[in-house]
Write a protein that binds this ligand. Sequence first.
Ligand code: ADP
Ligand code: GLC
Length: 470
Amino acid sequence: MERQERIAVLSVTSECVPLVKTGGLADVAGALPGALAPLGVEMRTLLPGYPKVKARVTGKEVGAWPMFGGTARVLEADHEGLHLYILDAPHLFDREGAIYTGPDGEDWPDNPERFAALSLAAALIATEGVGGWQPELVHLHDWQAGLTPVYLRQRGASAKTVMTVHNIAFQGMASADHVEKLHLPPEDFTQGGYEFWGQVSALKAGLTYADKITTVSPTYARELMTPEFGMGLDGLLQHREGDLSGILNGIDLDVWGAPYKTARGKAKHKAALRKEFDLPDWDGPLCTVVSRLTSQKGLDVLLDALPVLTDNGGQMILLGSGDPTLEAAWKARAEEHPGVAVFIGYDEALSHRLIAGADAILVPSRFEPCGLTQLYGLSHGTLPVVALTGGLADTVIPLTPATEVKGVATGFQFTPVSAHALAGALRQVVETYRDTALWAQMQKNAMAHPVGWETSAKAYAALYQDLIHA
Ligand code: ADP
Ligand code: GLC
């Protein structure tokens, strides 16, 4: 057997399971190191020292630098299979509230400094090493890590960089005076550099200067190069097309493997859910949504289309939180309709019960870089009903006359994201559910669909190898 060289990679992320999560980025950052370890990649993770991180992990100090008005220390720790560097900067991260927003729901005004510090720490670790370890490559996640290549260039460092776009809607914008405040090179505050609409964009910095760019599905990689999805960065991404690729997210099967193997198992979970949510025992499909409530997710459109499901024996349980207007509209619907139940909040255990017990999971997103809940659905035989976009398009095989003949369908798809098109898909769900043999066949297909990390971890490892040996 060929001897494999171990590659040292620093993953830079603002959230990471099991310590801190607002969305799928945390799942991905938490799962990648374990998926890459058998492939000769030693991935360590740099994460801000938010109070809830420091409450659970005590590390050993291995570095300290002055950073934006205080001292930032690096604490090294092992935690549940992760090798962590925690950036302990109390003036930036020790505060009550959510990780990106304050008690008023607005972004923390010093978010530019907070995540510039994360990026600067990554660059310093890659330049100087820390506690006797130095990465050859730095893997950056979203805008929060986007300034890293700028700080690396300033220091003439040789570490390679990969930037992953999980969501281009968040661009890390900061007013122009941040060129100075964040100690950025003024000569690169240009259209060809990190300047965007007269401001600093941490995301654009990463997209401009990282050696390679990835995003979390092949379809989203193509969509990003179009004006419809690129959110102003499509031109830059077209320019970098040769360095851009899409690598699908996987899910952690230790956490999201199906808890049952038989239809009876599912029926038990479903009955328990109906009891918990006080839903009548109708004979139509029980559908669910587990989601942030933002315009990205299309749940306003679902409210308009929902009667096709709930007036035809189907039921709906939504778990989510976010936009207050959407929260109120869903709560109102639950009060009006006996077939609709809503839980506003964030609840990991409930998300498992819902995905285990429902017949179908709905993901009507306007755009979706990858999406994880449709993958959880597949692994549980909970058929996904998805918009034809991004990773949703890449992971679900829709029921059509052709896929029915071939016996390969795993779910339902619709386009565009309109109440009319979604209602059509919901009608198809209601009708297909009555065909118990077809539904059972689709569940079997769904559960056989590979959703783990194996293939994608190999793609990341190959990308790192290519860059390091280029
Ligand atoms: P995004 O990152 O855009 O929010 P993903 O589908 O990639 O979308 O990831 C969302 C993750 O957050 C999934 O793991 C999902 O189960 C979880 N999640 C979202 N909302 C909730 C909630 N209200 N309660 C529990 N888990 C949630
Ligand atoms: C983003 C995207 C989601 C993706 C997740 C993890 O938050 O909205 O589609 O699955 O990141 O990559």
